[in-house]
Design a protein. Structure first.
Length: 568
């Protein structure tokens, strides 16, 4: 294998973000709150999330200017659009989904819309909703006109920034309208204070925080004049995980005179039934996917790598090196690596920070505090190069310019999730590349009904031998406590896929133990007596694994971690 020098010189290579909305950016009231997170930081003794190694020779930056799309102009589709609103749009021509949905939304229809990832759905629902807001008499400051709900905090904040850019309507008396964003992991009292003291014409929220504010903050009257309800990533919001919360929210909103918009790249057939809790019967279903279309862009090169289970990390390392060498000349090595669990995203980031990476690395997952998540997202957004190790918190909707590749490690939770994660690259006509790295025990994913229809090319990576030594060293710096948590999370995650794997409990435990022994402990205990990390009897019971041979069941929580060797 041609060896690539991965150097670790410390320097700052962050460039300022040239996002499309940045030019229009105005003060946005994103309520983040100052109080600490509900959960403690992932690991307090570690270096802060922003400690980065950066390239010795920074890679040339790629342009992040959005490509103009080849569609009709916004005014062709909707001649009545407010000129001041059009001025705030960084584009003149519509994407397909924008052209297809604009007339119906302006007409006040309920819409269920499907379009591929990265095709401008956010503007598709915000632009006409805001137009309807602007063309009505100024609402009273106590009332919210548009409520958009997103399944993740980062996506909610991104939607709020876009809404804010669009609402910077000079012709309507400057910033008279206001956008607020309320998400979990921040101080609810701060949210409440802002909602009580300031206008909030557009509210973007995650479901949990919104319910809290409705139940305990008494904000229900704020929605008495609600005109538009948007569910972004609608299939996710209406699936088992969120459905009850959504049903409750909807029951607390007025139905008279309310327009509802549901958007997603993936809309399983069943969603139309469930969607009836939100949509009027006579809603419009608009899809820009053709009958025979696969749900990802044809210009995204997709590859799969299947390796023995113990080689998954090494294969990820080599896949990253390969991507780096592909990008070296052209620049723009910026990669998102998706892992099945929060714990594994954290461990991968730790391990890769200890390898000689040629760029900064970040982690983002639900085990981090919200301020740390926001900081990681913003730093990665602004970076011209870097790797973000992520759980599924950024799988949907997140729009970061210049992602050159998405690497998915391990079994995605569903075919749809594969599509959403892949959609973080090649957005708005940009180029991009996807690789999925699977262990042999999870290769059945590639034969799944939807996945089979995608143009995924199997590839063989260069030999992994050179990666093993470096990885073994890097894994030593991860504490036993973190390894134990990653092991437990691994069992919890793969337990959900036992049927697809044709596994019994004992097979699950065997595979989990192999992961702990050969990946987390990277062969250090391969000889002699080896015990998997301890699992509390309570945890074993909750996983339904009581009595399964191979587990190390303990009564007390594992002792405090012995600190690993000093980190670089
Ligand atoms: N009319 C347009 N012309 C050019 N670029 C556009 C246009 N509309 C939106 N974009 C850009 O396309 C990118 C993707 O938009 P957006 O995030 O709304 O996609 P999406 O369809 O919601 O994706 P996902 O399914 O991943 O949530 C953004 O950077 C956005 O600024």
């Amino acid at each position: 294998m041609a060896s690539i020098r991965w150097c670790s010189t410390l320097s700052s290579s962050l460039r300022s973000y040239r996002g499309i909305m940045a030019a229009e950016k105005v003060a946005l009231s994103v309520s983040q709150g100052s109080a600490g997170p509900k959960r403690s930081r992932y690991r307090p003794h570690r270096r802060p999330a922003s400690t980065q190694t950066a390239p010795k020779e920074p890679l040339p930056a790629r342009s992040t200017t959005p490509k103009p799309v080849d569609g009709p102009s916004f005014t062709d589709i909707a001649p009545g659009l407010d000129p001041a609103l059009l001025k705030n749009l960084p584009f003149q021509t519509c994407t397909e989904v924008q052209a297809a949905t604009l007339p119906a939304i302006l007409n006040g229809d309920d819409v269920l819309a499907q379009a591929k990832t990265g095709t401008g759905k956010t503007v598709a629902f915000l632009l006409p909703s805001i137009q309807r807001l602007l063309s009505s008499p100024m609402p009273s400051p106590q009332h919210t006109t548009i409520l958009a709900i997103s399944p993740t905090r980062e996506l909610a904040q991104q939607i709020a920034v876009t809404a804010d850019g669009l609402l910077n309507v000079g012709a309507h008396g400057g910033n008279r309208y206001r956008v607020q964003c309320v998400v979990g992991g921040t101080n609810m009292r701060t949210d409440l204070k802002q909602l009580q003291s300031q206008r909030c014409d557009v509210l973007v929220a995650t479901p949990g925080r919104l319910i809290d504010l409705l139940d305990n903050g008494g904000i229900q009257p704020r929605f008495a004049q609600l005109k538009t309800l948007v569910l972004d990533e609608a299939d996710r919001l209406l699936d088992q995980g969120f459905r009850r919360e959504l049903a409750k929210i909807i029951s607390m909103l007025p139905s008279n005179g309310r327009q509802t918009l549901l958007f997603s790249a993936t809309l399983p057939k069943e969603v139309e039934n469930i969607a009836s809790i939100a949509l009027k019967k006579e809603h419009k279903f608009i899809s820009t996917l053709k009958e025979e279309d696969v749900n990802v862009h044809q210009h995204v090169r997709q590859e799969s790598v299947v390796v023995p289970g113990n080689d998954i990390v090494a294969a990820t390392y080599v896949a990253l090196q390969r991507e780096y060498s592909l990008r070296k000349e052209r620049g723009g090595f910026k990669v998102m690596v998706f892992l099945p669990t929060a714990r594994s995203a954290a461990i991968y980031r730790d391990v890769f920070l200890n390898l000689e990476m040629p760029c900064p690395v970040w982690e983002i997952h639900s085990r981090m505090s919200q301020p740390a998540r926001a900081k990681a997202t913003e730093e990665f957004r602004q970076a011209s190069t870097g790797v973000l190790f992520s759980s599924d918190v950024t799988a949907r909707g997140i729009d970061v310019k210049g992602i050159s590749a998405v690497i998915q490690v391990g079994l995605p939770s569903s075919a749809d999730q594969y599509i959403h994660r892949l959609g973080r690259t090649a957005r708005a006509g940009a180029e991009g590349h996807g690789v999925i790295v699977l262990g042999d025990f999870e290769s059945h994913f590639l034969t799944e009904r939807t996945i089979k229809t995608l143009p995924i090319q199997p590839i063989t990576l260069p030999p992994l031998d050179s990666a093993h030594g470096a990885l073994q060293m890097a894994f030593r710096s991860v504490s036993d406590d973190d390894k134990a948590k990653a092991y437990s999370a691994w069992l919890g995650y793969y337990r959900g896929s036992m049927k697809a794997m044709k596994w019994k409990a004992v097979d699950l435990v065997q595979a989990g133990n192999a992961f702990a022994r050969h990946t987390l402990h990277y062969g250090e205990d391969a000889v002699g007596d080896w015990k998997p990390p301890g699992l509390l009897a309570k945890t074993v019971g909750m996983m339904g694994l009581r009595g399964t041979p191979g587990l190390n069941v303990v009564k007390e929580p594992p002792r405090e971690p012995r600190p690993g060797p000093k980190q670089m």
